[in-house]
Design a protein around this ligand. Sequence first.
Ligand code: ZN
Length: 463
Amino acid sequence: MRTSLSRNLALPLVCLIVATFMLGGRASRAQSPAWIDDYRDPAARLITEAQSSAFAWERLALLGDTFGHRLSGSEALENAIKWAVAEMKKDGLDNVRAEPVKVPHWVRGQESIEITTPFRSSLVMLGLGNSIGTPPEGVEAEVLVVRSFDELDAAGSSVRGKIVLLNVPFTSYSETVQYRSSGPSRAAKLGAVAALVRAVGPAGLRTPHTGALRYTEGVAQIPGAAIAVEDAERLQRMQNRGTKVRVRLKMDARLLPDADSANVIGEIRGRERPDDIVVVSGHFDSWDIGTGSTDDGGGCIVTWEALRLMKKLNLQPRRTVRVVLYTNEENGLAGGRAYLERHRGHLDKHVMMLESDSGVFKPTGFGFTGSAAARATVQEIATLLKGIQADQIGPAGGGADIGPSVEAGQLPAMSLEVDGNYFLIHHTPADTVDKIDPADMSKASAAIAVMAYVIADMPERLK
Ligand SMILES: [Zn+2]
C-alpha cells in the first residue's frame, strides 16, 4: 500500500525532473550525483583491463589442473593454499598471509552401492560429507522409497531395518537440500539402517551430487549417500510395481582428527583510511570430486582478480580492499567462524563484505543487504556496470563464509549474482573449468573490481 502511494506521488516529480534535464540535453544522467562522475574513468579502465585477457579463467584452470579438488584436511587444499599465498605476493598485493584455522577432516574412501535382489546391478552414488561408513561387508537391506518427510513419517514402524530412499524431486536448492542434510537422521529416528537421497539438483546425466549431512544429536548415526536421479526413479518404479528390492551399500567414510588449514588473505592497503576494510571473498575448499571450479574456485579467483586489476592499473583506493579465500565452507564453515573470532575486535572497521559463491557464469549484478541509503549508493555504483549488463541490484546479498561476521557486526553484505546452471554442476564430478566461459569470468572480475573499488574509494563511507 505504502509503496504504491509513494510511487504515485513520486512519478510526476521524477517526470518533471527528467523533462527538465531533457531540455538541457542531459537526460541520461538526470539523477546521478556528481561524485559518481569521478569513477567513470577508473571503472572503464578496470572493465577494459579485465576484458583484455582470459587471465582469471587461466588462473582457475591452472588451480584445478594442478591441485585437483580441495577438501578440508587434504594435502591438495594445503598445497593450493601455499600456491595462492605465493601468487598473491607475485601480484604485488599487500599483507599477504595465511591465517591458521583448524578444520574437520572427513575422508570418503572406497564406496559402492548395488542392487542385490531381484538381480545384481550397480548404481551411481556419492557418500554424503560427514557421513559415517558402513562395516567392511557393507549394509544390506530392503529399500523403502518415499517422496517426502510426510511419506517417511507415515511409513512409521515399517521403516525399521530398511534402507530409506528419499526420492524428492528438486525444486529449489534451499527447499530440497533439507532432505540431504537432515534426511539420514529423520530416517534413523524411525529405525532405518542407512539413508539414500536423490541427488539434490536438476536432472543431469546420471550424475550424483554430494554435500554435507548433519546428524541430529541423540539419534543413531547411519550412513548417508546420494544416488543419481535416474537411479532413484528406477528404484521408485520398481517399488511401484510391487518388486521387493534389496541393496548393499559399502562406504569406507570416516572422520579423522581435525587438521591444520588456513584462510588466505591479501590486500590493497588504503591510501587514506587503511583501517577501513572492504572484503571480497570466496571459499577455497571444495568437495573431493571434480575440481571445485564452479564451487568455489571461480568465486575465489574473480574476487582475488579484483585486487590484481586495481594493482595492475595503479588504483589505490582511500580504504583497504581485502580478499579472503576462506577454508572449510563445505563441511564445517570453520574458516568463516575463525575469521570472525580473529577480527571480532575491529568488525566495525569492515565497511562491507562481499562473497561470490554462486558460480562465475554470466554476471547480472549483485545481491545487497543493508540500509536503504547504502542500497541507493550501491545502485548508483552499479550504473557503471551497464556496459557489461551487470548492473542489477537484487533484494538480498550475503554468503555462508561472510555470514558469521556480517551477522555479528550487522554489516552491509553483497553477493555476486549470475545467470547460469550452478546447481546442475556443483558438488558433482562435473564441476570442472570447461563449464565456465572465460568472457563471463572477465566480466565477473570487472564487476567486482568496480564495485569494491568505488565503495573503498568514495568520499563518504557506505552506511
Ligand atoms: Zn560453495
